[in-house]
Design a protein around this ligand. Structure first.
Ligand SMILES: Cc1cc2nc3c(=O)[nH]c(=O)nc-3n(C[C@H](O)[C@H](O)[C@H](O)COP(=O)(O)OP(=O)(O)OC[C@H]3O[C@@H](n4cnc5c(N)ncnc54)[C@H](O)[C@@H]3O)c2cc1C
Length: 275
């Protein structure tokens, strides 16, 4: 039987909980990314441990900034109002959770094409959001000799989480796609991380092969015998990256990655076969 990353990554199930949270702080990370710190009594019991653990975030249904957020309804731990057309939800990575400060932090790409991207543009303290999850924590191996991490802006929060967790002696090659020079953000562990910023320079997000080409070019320079590869971003780019890994002879037990969004698709399902 073929070993896959599913045999290596340990999933710790967590009870599904819906939370109504208030924006405490908003910080500019770059011209296109904003950090949103959420808090409130509903955060009690929140847990997330893996670098790519994520929540569903629920936004106001009128595409506005009021508190008209339709919340997920749970019965016996099951989400039962999923078909309610007034629900507006998207997936976001848990960047950090600080129980002492009572803050859950998410980093959001600002863009004009969808309700979440528009909400991020005008986020400010006092606004209300809902969250659901995480359903489970994905505990990934942190003991490989080398890591290849590739992401566009949507995967950058998870990539930052990887850098926070990897031991300081680990060799890390990070490839990050952003719009233009000036959109880079500070990376933890910068001293031991070999980072390449890739710039779309005017091309629309999700329309270039920058990320997959950079992975292809980086692979021959990495020790493939003890490598873990992770990527997140536009679905076609992630598919291209998987193909390059397979082409380089890297087995499916050495990488786990998923498309986080897809050009032209609203609320892309990252569990779909296309992801
Ligand atoms: C597990 C997981 C974790 C994620 N973590 C994060 C995170 O931490 N931070 C983050 O910003 N995003 C993250 N994403 C991606 C985010 O969920 C999507 O980008 C989502 O589509 C944004 O919703 P929207 O309402 O802005 O756009 P949608 O209504 O979903 O889509 C409308 C249109 O906008 C386009 N679009 C979607 N996202 C982008 C984008 N980033 N740039 C340009 N066009 C876009 C779509 O292709 C579509 O044409 C994550 C996704 C997954 C699956």
């Amino acid at each position: 039987m073929t070993t896959t990353s599913a045999d290596v990554v340990r999933r710790v199930p967590l009870p599904l909980v819906a939370r109504r949270l208030t924006v405490h702080r908003v910080e500019e990370l770059s011209p296109t990314m904003r950090r949103v710190a959420l808090g409130g009594p509903d955060l009690a019991g929140f847990e997330a441990h893996g670098p790519a653990d994520h929540v569903k975030v629920f936004f106001p249904h009128d595409d506005g900034d009021g508190d008209g957020v339709t919340m997920p309804v749970l019965e016996d731990g099951r989400w039962v109002n999923r078909a309610d057309p007034s629900l507006v939800y998207r997936d976001y990575t848990v960047r950090t959770f600080d129980p002492a400060a009572g803050e859950l932090v998410i980093d959001m790409v600002v863009h004009a094409h969808g309700p979440a991207g528009r909400w991020a543009a005008q986020a400010r303290p006092g606004l209300v959001l809902g969250t659901l999850g995480p359903r489970g924590s994905m505990l990934v191996p942190l003991d490989r000799d080398a890591y290849l991490l590739a992401a566009d802006e949507t995967g950058l929060p998870a990539l930052l989480n990887w850098l926070d967790r990897l031991p300081t002696q680990t060799c890390v090659r990070a490839l990050v796609e952003v719009g233009a020079p000036g959109e880079e953000i500070d990376l933890p562990g910068a001293a031991r991380t070999d980072v390449t910023w890739l710039y779309r320079n005017g091309a629309a997000p999700g329309t270039t092969t920058l990320l997959q080409d950079a992975v292809r070019d980086a692979l021959p320079t990495l020790p493939t015998s003890s490598l873990w590869a992770w990527a997140a971003g536009e679905a076609a780019a992630v598919r291209g990256i998987r193909a390059h890994l397979a082409g380089a002879g890297i087995g499916r037990e050495a990488f786990a990655m998923t498309g986080y969004w897809r050009v032209g698709v609203a609320n892309f399902d990252h569990h779909s076969p296309d992801a």
